[in-house]
Each structure stands twice: as C-alpha cells, then as structure tokens.
Design a binder for this molecule. Structure first.
Ligand code: RIB
Ligand code: CA
Length: 324
C-alpha cells in the first residue's frame, strides 16, 4: 500500500506525546507500506515543532529521501478558542530537536497531498495520526481529491467508549472538529481506529529502557524523548504506560486483520458545547434505522488482537531501535 502519513509528531518536544514517531518508524520498517511522504499537521504540538521533530527523526533514521512537508498551523475554525489556546500554550515548550524552518514547497503539505493524490488516482492512501486539518483543507481546495484517494485510515474518535481529551471526545478529532466533519462527509473510503481499540495497547518505560540499552543514537533519543511523557502519564492516569494509538492505526494499514471492523455511520459533534469534537458512531443497525441513516460512511474498529499487535510492534520497532 502506497501511503502518505499525516502526523503531529511530538517526540523531540519535551512534554509532548511521542507516540506518532513510533508509528512513523513502524511504517518505514514495514514492507507492506511504501511511504510516499510525511505531512505535518497542528496537534500534539504546533506544526512548526512537529516539522522539526519529523525532520530530526528522518535524519536519525537515514531516511531523508522521504518527502517531508509542513501543513496547517491552526484548526480550520478560528472560533475554536480552547483548541487554539492548546497550541499557544505549547508554542514555548522546550525542544530536544533543533527547530528547522521549511522553505517554499516544503511548507505546503496541502499542495503536496493534492498533487500526489491527483497524479496517482486510486493509488495513494492516507494514514492520519493527528488532527484532520490538512486532509480536510485538501478536500476543500480540490473537489476531486476525496474521490482520487485510495483509503484513509485514521487514528481518531471513539465508537463506543469515553474520550480522552474530554469525557466525550478523542484528541485528534477534538483538535479540529470541523475538519473531522468534512472528512466524514467526503465519501472517501474511511477506516476509524479509535480509542475503543487504541486504549488496549500499552508501551511501558522498561520496554524503552531495554531498547535504549542497545546504545544506538536512535535508542538514546527515544529514551530521552519519552521519559517526560511516561511521567505525565503516571501523574495523570496513575499508570506509567503510554498507549500506542498511532502505531495501531499504522498497523491496521499493514495488517487489517489485527482489528475487527464494523460498518458505521459516523457523524461529528461540531457545536461549541462540552461534547464538541465527539464522533457519534451508529455501528448498530437499529441506531441507523432510528436516526435515519440507512447508509454508512466508515468502518470503525471495535476489537483488536493485542498480542499480535504487540508482537508486530516489538519486532519492527523496539527490536529495530535496539539494534538500529
Ligand atoms: O488521542 C490520541 C491521539 O492524540 C494520538 O494521535 C496522539 O498522538 C495524540 O495526537
Ligand atoms: Ca498523533
């Protein structure tokens, strides 16, 4: 599968969720997917930091040939005050990686997405592991974009569980509800890998410590960059483990049989109330009948084979870091 990874990587920003970068490593170390590019979106951290973190990672992995583009710096709607405050509060976060400023086309991920997909109709899929701002903006800018895509495999949303950024909403969709709404209305071939399955995955500090013992530069960087996040997790949820949200979404692109998918009609809550950014999934037929949605617009993941996912992640990411 030819893919473009749309991501908000914070591995390299102190206090940011480092998880996207594991998903990028998984993709680059998996023959089932061919990474055509990495596009950066606002989210975990401002895209200016995400771009610098991805630039550092690709250099560390000796994969600088992979096209890297910076995309949207803010959510689609300027009225999303809390979401914009989230970014402003993180603009000053300390960087482990050096800040790098893209020039010219490198700062235009949306054009890269449009040009790549329209030049290869039906061939290129997106694995989105951050908010959907870049993808939705591409859909708004080029009417034929959605129809020319292969699939969109999204880390995002909830089908039947509580949110993480709020009781109602998962972070990626919450950070740009309008963008998620545009994508769910687009008619594209959507797979939603939400918290229902992502919260069953875990990465624990000792696993990172062990792979850092290999003494590689990559291992040392990963260890240094994840330590603060493990502490934040411990303080927040009491469990010193992080969820491998984005790596699971990437794993679904590599091996869809890892999850059980159900056809659903998913609609977004784009009001300004406490449930803003919630994905409402009608994956039970009676729900679609009651609420007048005979059609479906996405496949949602409801179960995951955690053992098989863990084995894939261990062999293609942790063992690789240890010996990279
Ligand atoms: O809600 C989980 C998502 O938010 C993941 O993509 C994680 O990287 C954060 O961006
Ligand atoms: Ca992410």
């Amino acid at each position: 599968m030819r893919i473009i990874i749309d991501t908000d990587p914070a591995m390299g920003t102190l206090g940011g969720d480092p998880e996207d970068s594991f998903a990028i490593m998984l993709a680059l170390n998996s023959p089932e997917v061919e990474v055509e590019g990495v596009t950066i979106v606002q989210g975990n951290v401002p895209a200016e930091k995400g771009y610098s973190n991805a630039h550092h990672l690709l250099r560390l992995l000796d994969r600088e040939e992979v096209p890297l583009r910076r995309g949207c710096l803010r959510p689609i709607s300027a009225a999303r005050k809390t979401q914009n405050t989230w970014l402003e509060q993180r603009a000053g976060s300390k960087q482990i990686t050096e800040m790098v400023e893209p020039s010219g086309p490198e700062a235009d991920a949306v054009s890269f997405l449009i040009d790549s997909v329209l030049a290869n109709p039906g061939e290129i899929s997106l694995v989105t592991i951050g908010p959907l701002t870049n993808v939705a903006t591409a859909m708004q800018r080029a009417a034929e974009f959605a129809g020319a895509l292969g699939q969109i495999i999204m880390m995002g949303g909830t089908a039947a569980c509580a949110g993480n950024i709020s009781p109602a909403a998962e972070f990626n969709y919450w950070q740009d509800p309008e963008a998620a709404d545009i994508v769910f209305r687009s008619g594209a071939d959507l797979t939603m890998v939400g918290l229902d399955v992502c919260h069953q995955t875990h990465l624990r500090p000792k696993q990172v410590e062990d792979c850092a013992k290999g003494g590689t530069d990559l291992g040392q960087f990963v260890f240094k960059a994840t330590a603060p996040w493990f502490k934040i997790m411990a303080a927040g949820s009491g469990s010193e483990a992080l969820h491998l949200y984005d790596s699971l979404a990437m794993a679904v692109a590599i091996d869809p049989s890892l999850v059980t998918l159900e056809e659903s009609f998913v609609e977004m809550e784009i009001g300004s109330g406490p449930a803003q950014g919630m994905s409402v999934s009608h994956h039970l037929p009676f729900q679609r009948a009651i609420f007048g949605h005979p059609e479906t617009n996405a496949k949602v993941a409801l179960q995951v084979d955690v053992e098989r996912f863990d084995a894939l992640f261990r062999s293609r990411v942790l063992d690789w870091i240890a010996g990279a």
